[in-house]
Design a protein around this ligand. Structure first.
Ligand code: GDP
Ligand code: MG
Length: 307
């Protein structure tokens, strides 16, 4: 097994798409060899990871495909990792509008993979980190990770990316007032997509105000208007991403911050490995019927038995 994994790792480093796909499957499903594969990673490549998060239907996939198209014209090699429990994988259809499918399947510069999401988000974040790090071994310039922003998950995802884009749409107008503080913290760039809609201007203005309130003397989070379906604003978005990544190069503190977040997620996943939500629930179903039920005693006992 170790020999095969070593070989697979070499092929991943060489950019062999079949090997990358195989490696992702091994990591995704924790198949035999999964740990040794991760332990052999070198972190020598410098692919930049760009995270795109936001509510379902905000146009994240459309934005990714527009950016992809933009960067392909600059001869960049790009990997896309899509994590979306709410909608089935449809990059093929999206890309079909932009480039011929045959071209996409044989294009040596695009690797696309969707992830099925099973179980708890905590565990999912660790998987995304692991898979992204595996893909990072291959010679890509850019890795885009699309995740649906639901509650905590977008905050977790920020620990993964060198640049995090939060995509919002006019429908989200009122949400801006209630935007979780966390979203403001994690957004390196805001995108107001579907700017073709009449009410986009209001959202744009509100976000500008928010960004301004949070600004420092040297930095204010950019807010970009896009119509992803028409490629409007994509050049500007790509420029802002480049600019942001450029500033990050001089910030070793950010790298340490990202590493800490990633490590935290991995530790959480390890610690939770033996905890099964369904088992927990079914044991509780019996336990709470007892007169002397005590949640803290139950938890302590459950943890002891789960190690
Ligand atoms: N009017 C308009 N529709 C858009 C725009 N961007 C995406 N859409 C549409 O919004 C829907 C959801 O897009 P999708 O990229 O799948 O959203 P995701 O769930 O955030 O990945 C699709 O029907 C897109 O064609 C845009 O800028 N303007
Ligand atoms: Mg999507």
């Amino acid at each position: 097994m170790r020999h095969n994994i070593t070989q697979l790792h070499e092929q991943v480093k060489a950019g062999n798409f079949l090997a990358i796909a195989r490696g992702v499957t091994i990591v995704e499903n924790s198949l035999p060899g999964y740990e040794s594969l991760l332990l052999s990673l070198h972190e020598t490549r410098h692919a930049r990871v760009i995270g795109i998060t936001g509510p379902p239907g905000a146009g994240k996939s459309t934005l990714v495909s527009a950016l992809l198209h933009h960067w392909l014209r600059e001869n960049k090699k790009i990997a896309v990792l899509a994590v979306d429990p709410s909608s089935p994988f449809n990059y093929g259809a999206l890309l079909g509008d932009r480039i011929r499918m045959s071209e996409y399947y044989t294009n040596p510069n695009i690797f696309i993979r969707s992830l099925a999401t099973r179980g708890a988000l905590g565990g999912l974040s660790a998987k995304i980190i692991e898979i992204t790090d595996l893909i990072r071994e291959a010679p890509f310039d850019i890795i885009m990770v699309e995740t649906v922003g639901v509650g905590q998950s977008e905050v977790e995802i920020a620990g993964l990316a060198d640049c995090t884009i939060v995509a919002l749409v006019p429908e989200a107008g009122d949400e801006v007032q209630t935007l979780k503080a966390g979203v403001m913290e994690i957004a390196d760039i805001f995108v107001v997509n579907k700017a073709d809609r009449a009410d986009a201007e209001g959202l744009y203005r509100n976000l500008r105000i928010l960004a301004h309130e949070k600004s420092t003397e040297t930095h204010e989070t950019p807010v970009i208007k896009t119509v992803a379906t028409e490629n409007t604003g994509i050049e500007e978005l790509a420029t802002e991403i480049d600019k942001f990544l450029e500033t990050q190069k001089q910030q070793p503190a950010k790298r340490l911050h990202l590493m800490t977040e990633k490590c935290w997620q991995l530790i959480t996943a390890q610690r939770m490995k033996n905890i099964n939500h369904n088992v927990l629930k079914s044991e509780l179903a019996t336990a709470i019927l007892k007169d002397d039920f005590n949640l803290y005693a139950f938890t302590k006992d459950f943890l002891n038995r789960s190690q």
